[in-house]
Design a protein around this ligand. Structure first.
Ligand SMILES: O=C(O)CCC(=O)C(=O)O
Ligand SMILES: [Fe+2]
Length: 225
């Protein structure tokens, strides 16, 4: 449920190069993402809980575009699912990523040349979590663009040195944008908590939290793996 008396949430630089832009996506844009993600969750690679090297599974369900991520590398096909080639990153989504970078940083040239070639789509039920980690399987330091739809969560944003303090807990709500680049590109981050039933059903999501992270792998275009 939304608060009946909305409290304004200003844009905020949480750490150098890590910017939270609340309410960046309007309801139509969120709906569009939900519809598109439903399609990608079906195939060609079905959304699944990623198997970890220790034998367990992540609590979050994931499907990838452009490149398939599995611990801890990118491949062109879904090597740990059905070996199918993943769906491409559509031009409209890469364009949304460019506009996101432009919205997050004051430098008018920050988004020049930003061209994410992979998107990880994560779905969280109420009890799903993501432990503190770095996004470091990419070979570039291009910023990560994160978009959230549905239930709110606590997003813990730390530092590039270790999993612990200093970190900042940010509440990410439906429509929020978070970009991390520059000195924060390799900062540890995670999702310790999701708040069930806090999303707006008008997004098309009856429950749960959807998160998309756009990345630039620096890997070769189609053909390589
Ligand atoms: O769900 C989120 O907000 C973060 C997701 C994330 O860190 C990841 O997919 O690597
Ligand atoms: Fe991450």
């Amino acid at each position: 449920m939304r608060s009946p008396l909305p409290i304004p949430r200003p844009r905020r630089e949480v750490a150098p190069g890590a910017v939270h832009v609340p309410g960046w996506l309007d309801l139509d844009a969120q709906r569009r993402l939900v519809v598109a993600c439903r399609g990608w969750a079906r195939g060609p690679v079905p959304m699944r809980r990623t198997e970890l090297p220790g034998g367990g599974r992540m609590s979050v369900s994931t499907v990838c575009l452009g490149w398939h991520w599995s611990p801890y590398r990118y491949t062109r096909t879904a090597v740990d699912v059905n070996d199918a080639p993943v769906a491409p990153v559509p031009a409209w989504l890469a364009d949304l990523g460019r506009r996101a970078v432009a919205a997050a940083y004051p430098d008018p040239r920050a988004a020049d040349g930003y061209d994410p070639d992979t998107v990880l789509i994560n779905f969280y039920t109420g009890d799903a979590r993501m432990g503190m980690h770095q996004d470091k399987d990419e070979r570039t330091d291009a910023p990560i663009v994160s978009l959230s739809v549905g239930d709110a969560c606590t997003f813990r944003f730390g530092n590039p040195r270790n999993r612990g303090r200093p970190y900042t807990d940010v509440r990410l709500e439906s429509g929020d944008l978070f970009v991390f680049g520059g000195p924060s590109r390799f900062a540890y981050h995670g999702v310790p908590r999701v708040f069930p039933s806090t999303g707006d059903r008008r997004t098309g999501l009856p429950g749960g939290r959807l998160n998309l992270t756009m990345r630039t792998t620096g890997l070769d275009a189609p053909g390589g793996s």
